[in-house]
Design a protein around this ligand. Sequence first.
Ligand SMILES: [Zn+2]
Length: 314
Amino acid sequence: MLTVGVDIGGTSVRAAVVEPDGTVLAEASAATPESAGELDDTVAELVGDLAAGRSVGAVGLAVAGFVDPDRRSVAFGAHLPWRDDAVVDRLTERLGLPVVLEHDANAAGLAEHRVGAAAGATVAVLVALGTGIGAALLVDGAVYRGAYGVAPELGHLTVVRGGRPCPCGKHGCLERYCSGTALGRSAEELIAASEDFSVLRATWERAEPVTGRDVARAAEAGDALARRVVDEFGEWLGQALALVADVFDPDVVVIGGEVSASAPLYLDRARRRYADEVTGTGHRRLAEVRPAMLGGRAGVIGAALDARERAQRT
Ligand SMILES: [Zn+2]
């Protein structure tokens, strides 16, 4: 039996037919529509196309938003048209296949645990660095979601009191200092505060946003200011790893998300800071910190494997 995973983000919907070992057989994608009905249609079309002529037994959805604890409804996602919406029952009926629903970071964490960088881990944490920070915790292979379905929200831990404003409404959240967005923001602050040469300065002078990708590319090319930004980012990530280790004591932490593509630039520094900062350093075992293996496909693969595991249990 094959399963289909569908990863529904703010800008695109990606879908893939996945084998039991996580191999992607075929994939398709479409822009995320603006209404709930159109999103249903998009999911149905992608699944229909991928399932045609194949023996597909279940469908997994991964969404960029809060999922109810019973995993039948999407509560809220800032960029999703589904709101307090019982999507599982509706799509199960429409697709004629069992449907499971999961938060996208949890799906990515599940995929990395089953067939990726966290394979075999007892306690695994995924830290996905992108626009913000997505996080997932797996204990003995099971996704830990807390009593009300929202754990773990690592990105919104307050690390600087009165710090940078966050779209969540608070100030000084970790993801304002340690994400792709934060890389750009830190570069802009440093450019504004200094006269130092940087290839990024021209972008800033045109009043265009400096992106995390711009900073990573400049750092790779040897730009000194960009290197300083990336080094500081590595220190923040190390501090985040120490927080994660003090709370969860994992054996593996997987660094995923878009920024993980630049891991060689900052991962060693982050590991050193983590080792220095964790409580009881020198007297405890540290987690292995590894870059993710599945890249942008982690969500679809995890959703598909989740659907398979659920189908096998029932
Ligand atoms: Zn926040």
